[in-house]
Design a protein around this ligand. Structure first.
Ligand code: ADP
Ligand code: MG
Length: 353
């Protein structure tokens, strides 16, 4: 009989711990880009330009015109749990920024080659800093951070994503699929943050793939990004409920419009999320109004008292739960039903059986 000998328990090395954690936060290029977009929005940017190469696996580059990062902060900005957005745990209850855990840049720097070029308003010049595994790279043969020319704001480049995680790299889908995920993320943020101008371009190409103007309206951007055919059939939807403390703004397609695949943009307190409960109830309302097998376009922006939504879930966790969920879903579903009732007289009625 084999002797049963316990393995010796040892603490993992910090780089190993950090790389494991990074692999959880950054699962694919689109996740990394979402984190970077949110940082640019948190920095008060009015224009955000994205460049990607090979579905973001070779390069994810994002340039903004936000606050920039102070030179003094550059040495620690990619360490885990360094943030300018949160101080006390209690502050989470009224957090107004996307970020608060200080993990995104750290994670990216553990799974990619990360470069930051940034300039604040009060600095004479920009600084360029290169990172590896959460720290400023040493032995670069040049100053790091290094003074350079640059405009106000921040440019972040993440190159060779998962260069040190062979399995993850192989598990990624095709370049085209990763690229589509990126387009989807930028498109959804562009619709919701209509006052900010977004652009997306493939590296080395002169044509931009998508572009929105700053100071646009949500409707302008839906029309631009999803097409005039949808925009024509959209109805504005609003509701407010004092007892559960939520307000809803959005656009949903009327009964004249239908398509093969559901488009569902849901933002709760400005975070891009999913709620399968809400999604299902809305689809079930449309079921009675649309031809069999076809689906609507739905954009909803919901504001809930921040004390009633728990934002402290894993950053990749998309699905949300909130207080008074059933009541809120019923009330939203009723508003959608009213929209459909109001728009069904001018068209052929499709009966489901
Ligand atoms: P978090 O967003 O949770 O604070 P991140 O790792 O995403 O953590 O970013 C760390 C810090 O770096 C932020 O708190 C912010 O101060 C700074 N930062 C990151 N990206 C930008 C940016 N585009 N513009 C200005 N500051 C930024
Ligand atoms: Mg962040």
């Amino acid at each position: 009989k084999m002797a049963k000998i316990p393995g010796k328990i040892k603490k993992l090395e910090e780089v190993v711990i950090n790389r494991i954690a990074a692999g959880e936060v950054i699962q694919r290029p689109a996740n990394a880009l979402k984190e970077l977009l949110e940082n640019s929005l948190d920095a008060g940017s009015s224009n955000i330009q994205v460049v990607v190469k090979s579905g973001g696996m070779k390069l994810l580059q994002i340039q903004d015109d936000g606050t920039g990062i102070r030179k003094d902060d550059l040495p620690i900005v990619c360490e885990r749990f360094t943030t300018s957005k949160l101080e006390k745990f209690e502050d989470l209850q009224r957090i107004g920024t996307y970020g608060f855990r200080g993990e995104a840049l750290a994670s990216i720097s553990h799974v990619a080659h990360l470069t930051i070029i940034t300039k604040t308003e009060d600095s004479q010049c920009a600084f360029r800093a290169e990172y590896s595994d959460g720290k400023l790279k040493l032995n670069t043969g040049f100053q790091n951070p290094k003074p350079c020319a640059g405009k106000q704001g921040t440019l972040i480049m993440a190159e060779d994503l998962f260069y040190n995680m062979e399995t993850r790299r192989r598990a990624l889908k095709s370049v085209a699929e990763e690229h589509n995920k990126i387009v989807e993320v930028v498109t959804k943020y562009a619709v919701h943050n209509a006052r900010v101008g977004f652009s997306l371009k493939k590296f080395g190409e002169t044509m931009t793939e998508m572009r929105t103007q700053s100071q646009s309206s949500v409707l302008d951007n839906i029309k631009l990004l999803y097409g005039a055919a949808i925009a024509r059939e959209l109805v504005e939807i609003r509701c407010e409920d004092k007892t559960t403390g939520f307000t809803l703004n959005g656009y949903v397609s009327n009964a004249n419009y239908s398509t093969k695949k559901l488009t569902f943009l849901l933002f709760i307190n400005h975070r891009l999320v999913d709620s399968s409960g809400l999604r299902k109830s809305i689809e079930s309302v449309y079921y009675n109004y649309l031809p069999k097998g076809s689906h609507p376009f739905v954009y909803l922006s919901i504001d809930i008292d921040p004390r009633n939504v728990d934002v402290n879930v894993h950053p990749t966790k998309h699905e949300v739960t909130f207080l008074h969920e059933d009541m809120i879903i019923t009330s939203i579903t009723n508003s959608v039903e009213n929209v459909l009732l109001g728009s069904n007289h001018s068209r052929t009625f499709f009966v489901q059986d």
